[in-house]
Design a binder for this molecule. Structure first.
Ligand code: ADP
Ligand code: MG
Length: 432
């Protein structure tokens, strides 16, 4: 029978003055013996969730129950491995590992023996007395793992632990960690790994939690029943990766469509415009993607597109989000299709293209809001700060600048309005 280990109840987190939570109503149960991967685009709130579990951050709403007790303050039974580990340069490998143990007031001799064991376990024997500057990135990360494990945590948290390493080093460490875990050579009850790599999650985890962005919410939980060691090239593996791509796109983009419709409804009913999020992407990159889809008979597998371009979901998805907002593509079940508008845009010359682009953004609530304000002002000019304040009610605080940047980039490209960098004002060209 599965034994419940961690329970996250309605975890919600607001930052700053924003009325939009960064993390919204996360409910999740983690059982003993489970390796969980939390998958989501960067900036979605993954680290925030981990910080709540480890007690480094207090939730705005909700609670974390850890081994039957509510987390309140730093959780002494959880350790974290970060993307890059801050090792003390003036301490040797063994001293760096002992550090965590010393803090717990174990006898010196015990700490020393324990640290040696862990250094062996993690494959660094012979390097006990080396200094961090003598180690490669992969070896430093191994020290990080040893230090996190030294305190015998019940929960091992990893926040993108392999992202800073080259592919081979990362793959070796992943395999070794899985071996240690499946051989039960670490006394840990559960592992939570944060990642933005779909394949990494499928390679390692028993269960994958997929998050959306703005705010972070769980879109789906997927169990991975493949036995270890897993083969990235096997049909089962590939089909799982493919299906996660579709879950991701489905959750994200169908929601987006609904949001657009909702805006228009609200607009006609009571004149309240709810601005939609505009992703920070380059129009040239979106056009390039659109051309590729067009060249491929107007349809592409998103997973394949990502592979062909060697783009991580973090880079690819904002572009697809942008193309969807413009109604240049439709996304369905992991496939992306060019629309008639998209086709017209690809085939048009620059000036025609700009016109099509302008027609499309005129339908987007955030641009309509800007145009309503500029159109109604006598001098047709308004401070960037003004719009920023409005958008603060709709997007997380740190995202507002990005949204403003994108709106200005798109609006200028479409020659819808212009922007003066010095005065930080948006204005209608013809009126100046
Ligand atoms: P991820 O780990 O998924 O990349 P994070 O959890 O680090 O995302 O951050 C989610 C969002 O919350 C980001 O936009 C980030 O800027 C914001 N954020 C995180 N911590 C804070 C904080 N202490 N104060 C204000 N904003 C924060
Ligand atoms: Mg993070």
């Amino acid at each position: 029978m599965k034994k419940e280990f961690i329970k996250i109840n309605g975890l919600t987190k607001y930052f700053g003055e924003s009325e939009m939570p960064t993390v919204k109503d996360i409910n999740l149960t983690i059982n003993e013996g489970e390796f969980i991967a939390i998958l989501g685009p960067s900036g979605s709130g993954k680290s925030t969730i981990l910080r709540a579990i480890t007690g480094l951050m207090e939730p705005s709403e909700g609670e974390i129950i850890f081994d039957g007790k509510k987390v309140n303050g730093v959780n002494p039974y959880a350790s974290i491995v970060f993307q890059t580990f801050a090792l003390y340069p003036w301490l040797t490998v063994i001293e760096n590992v002992e550090l965590g143990l010393n803090a717990k007031n174990f006898p010196k001799e015990y700490s020393n023996r324990k640290a040696k064991e862990l250094i062996d376990l993690i494959g660094l024997d012979g390097f006990e007395d080396a200094y961090p500057k003598e180690l490669s990135g992969g070896m430093k990360q191994r020290v990080g793992f040893a230090r996190a494990l030294a305190v015998e945590p019940k929960l091992l948290c990893m926040d993108e632990p392999f992202s800073a390493l080259d592919f081979l080093t990362a793959e070796n460490l992943r395999t070794e960690l899985i071996d240690l875990w499946t051989d039960k050579r670490m006394p840990i009850k559960s592992i939570i790994m944060i990642t933005h790599g779909i394949e990494e999650a499928v390679l390692m985890a028993d269960k994958i939690i997929i998050l959306s962005k703005h705010p972070a919410r769980i879109i789906k939980e997927i169990n991975i029943d493949l036995p270890h060691p897993r083969n990235r090239k096997s049909p089962e593996f590939e089909s799982l990766v493919d299906s996660i791509y579709s879950v991701f796109t489905k959750g994200k983009f169908s929601e987006l469509e609904e949001e657009k419709v909702e805006n228009i409804v609200q607009d006609s009913k009571d004149n309240i415009v709810k601005p939609v999020h505009i992703p920070k992407v380059h129009i040239g990159v979106m056009s390039g993607l659109l051309e590729m889809i067009d060249d491929n008979n107007g349809k592409m597998d998103i997973y394949q597109l990502g592979r062909d371009l060697m783009m991580e979901i973090d880079d690819l998805f904002p572009n697809i989000e942008g193309l969807t907002l413009l109604d240049f593509v439709n996304v369905n079940d992991g496939d992306i299709f060019i629309t008639n508008f998209g086709k017209a845009f690809v085939e048009a010359d620059t000036d025609e293209g700009k016109l099509i682009f302008k027609t499309q953004i005129e339908k987007i609530s955030s641009f309509r809001l800007i145009m309503n304000v500029l159109g109604n002002k006598k001098n047709h000019t308004m401070k960037r700060e003004f719009f920023k304040e409005i958008f603060m009610h709709h997007f997380p605080e740190d995202e507002v600048e990005n949204v403003m940047d994108s709106i200005i980039h798109w609006g200028r490209y479409a020659e819808m309005f212009n922007y003066d960098h010095d005065s930080e004002e948006l204005y209608l060209e013809s009126e100046i």
